[in-house]
Design a protein around this ligand. Structure first.
Ligand SMILES: C[S@@+](CC[C@H](N)C(=O)[O-])C[C@H]1O[C@@H](n2cnc3c(N)ncnc32)[C@H](O)[C@@H]1O
Length: 230
């Protein structure tokens, strides 16, 4: 895969298969922080929960995971992070992104890289779990996210970070978004960068209360979706 430098100085990957980058070219770290940690209200959730349970659809480079792990460490709480991913980038691709050089991400990024080096270059379909830091457990489900069984009401925060609905439609169908709603804990949130009308309507139809948020640089609007508390 090709490495791309984004406008906030952080790197992302370009997927030739999907014809898209893994993050916004206006700023990978900026987008991840604003759309996902901000959109899922991670800081507010951590203030009331000693253990944060996050599900990410499209784990990719792991940047959302690294930022969430850094926030959890700073708060002195714990993280259980489930990543759904069909094709994990190789060790060389991940290393090329230099996330271990980024402020506050070093330990988690090095631990993720060391783990990536231990597992096969093309990761077989299956379930892989590792306590990457004393506060943070990563559970990777390698395979097609649409076929995985998700624990009902389990996740405080869901990051929906597939490629765009046009290029990666299977992860944006009303049926899949309904499954994500069912996996969201009451009072939990789903965050995504897409503000497409059909995505917003399908999330609302699934049962979420939709909040339209200002987007990060390069994007007018993004979505946050809350599962009502009870
Ligand atoms: C936009 S990228 C994810 C970016 C990622 N969150 C990051 O921080 O690097 C979308 C990801 O979804 C994965 N993906 C696409 N279709 C999938 C599917 N059906 N099941 C699981 N993962 C899928 C791709 O392999 C890719 O890694």
């Amino acid at each position: 895969m090709t490495r791309v430098k984004t406008q906030d100085g952080t790197y992302t990957l370009y997927s030739a298969r999907y014809g898209e980058t893994y993050h916004s070219t206006f700023g990978a770290r900026t987008e991840a922080q604003h759309v996902f940690l901000g959109g899922a209200s991670v800081h507010q959730l951590m203030a009331r929960k000693p253990l944060l349970r996050v599900l990410e659809v499209g784990f990719g480079t792991g940047l959302n995971f690294l930022l969430t792990a850094a926030a959890v460490r700073a708060a002195g709480t714990a993280l259980e992070y489930a990543g759904l991913e069909q094709a994990l980038p190789t060790y060389d691709d991940l290393k090329s992104l230099r996330y271990a050089d980024l402020n506050a991400l070093t330990d988690a990024a090095e631990a993720l890289l060391a783990w990536r080096q231990e597992i096969p270059s093309i990761v077989p379909v299956g379930y892989y779990a590792r306590e990457l830091l004393p506060c943070c457990t990563l559970r990777l489900h390698i395979g097609d996210a649409t076929t995985l069984k998700l624990q009902p009401g389990h996740f405080d925060a869901i990051y929906l970070d597939a490629f765009s609905p046009r290029k990666n439609p299977a992860l944006w169908t009303p049926a899949f978004l309904t499954r994500l709603f069912e996996a969201t804990a009451p009072g939990g949130r789903l965050a995504t960068y897409s503000a497409a009308g059909h995505v917003r309507r399908a999330l609302a139809q699934a049962g979420y209360r939709i909040v339209r948020r200002a987007g990060p640089p390069g994007k007018r609007e993004v979505l946050s979706a809350a599962r009502p508390a009870a």
